[in-house]
Write a protein of this length. Structure first.
Length: 212
C-alpha cells in the first residue's frame, strides 16, 4: 500500500521571504539548451536559512558541530504534529501548554502555530518557542523540534535562549516548516540536511509520511 506523503517544505524561489539581512534566493543560468547548449545548468545563491532548514549547533555556538557532522538518525523517524496557540507579545509557545500536552515517548515534535503559511512574507511578529518552552522539551526527552515560523527564538532575542537550551539537550532544530492542512497526529518524518562541510545550516526537503 502506498503511504500518503505531506510535503512540509517551503517553496524556494525568488519570492521566498528571508530573515532581514539574509541573502535571498537567486538563480543564474550558466548553460541553456535554448541557446544551443547540450544541457541546462544553473547556479543558485541564497542564505542557507532560506526556506525550510535545519540549524547546526555551529549557527549559535562558535565551537559547535557543523551541519555535515550532525546525527542523521535525528532527522528521520516517528514524529508528532501538535497545534499550539502562542501567547503574549511577541507571541511564544507557552511552557505550560507543552507541559500539559501528551508527549510521553515523543522524540520528534513539529509545532503548528498557525492554520496558514505564506512563504513569501516575513512576519516580524512571528511566533517563537523561546528558552522556557525549549527547556520543557529537553526535559521531556524530545530529540528534534520543528516550528512553522522563521526561528525558534524571536527576531529581537539576540541571546538565542531557545537555541542554546535545545543545544544543551542535543535537540535538533527545523525552522520554516509548512504544516498547512496537516492534521495533528503521528507521522514518519524525513528531513535530511545536505552534507555541507563547515556550514551553520542547511536547506532540507522535509516530508511527513503516513505511518504503516
Amino acid at each position: 500500500m502506498t503511504r500518503r506523503i505531506w510535503d512540509i517544505s517551503e517553496r524556494i524561489e525568488p519570492g521566498t521571504a528571508t530573515f532581514p539581512g539574509d541573502n535571498p534566493f537567486s538563480q543564474e543560468w550558466v548553460m541553456q539548451m535554448s541557446e544551443g547548449a547540450s544541457c541546462n545548468v544553473s547556479t543558485i545563491r541564497m542564505s542557507v536559512h532560506v526556506g525550510t532548514h535545519t540549524d547546526a549547533p555551529l549557527h549559535y555556538d562558535a565551537s559547535g558541530q557543523d551541519i555535515a557532522s550532525v546525527d542523521l538518525q535525528t532527522y528521520t523517524g516517528r514524529c508528532r504534529v501538535l497545534a499550539v496557540t502562542p501567547v503574549g507579545s511577541p507571541p511564544q509557545v507557552s511552557a505550560e501548554a507543552l507541559e500539559d500536552a501528551a508527549l510521553d515517548g515523543v522524540e520528534r515534535l513539529l509545532l503548528r502555530t498557525s492554520s496558514s503559511h505564506d512563504h513569501t512574507r516575513f512576519d516580524p511578529d512571528f511566533a517563537s518557542l523561546g528558552a522556557a518552552s525549549a527547556r520543557v522539551l529537553v526535559d521531556r526527552g524530545v530529540r528534534l523540534v520543528g516550528i512553522d515560523t522563521p526561528s525558534i527564538d524571536h527576531a529581537t532575542d539576540k541571546d538565542l535562549g531557545g537555541h542554546h537550551a535545545l543545544c544543551s539537550g542535543g535537540v535538533a532544530i527545523l525552522e520554516n516548516i509548512d504544516l498547512t492542512g496537516v492534521p495533528e497526529g503521528d507521522y514518519e518524518l524525513i528531513a535530511l540536511p545536505l552534507r555541507i562541510v563547515g556550514c551553520d545550516s542547511s536547506p532540507v526537503r522535509a516530508i511527513l509520511r503516513e505511518l504503516p
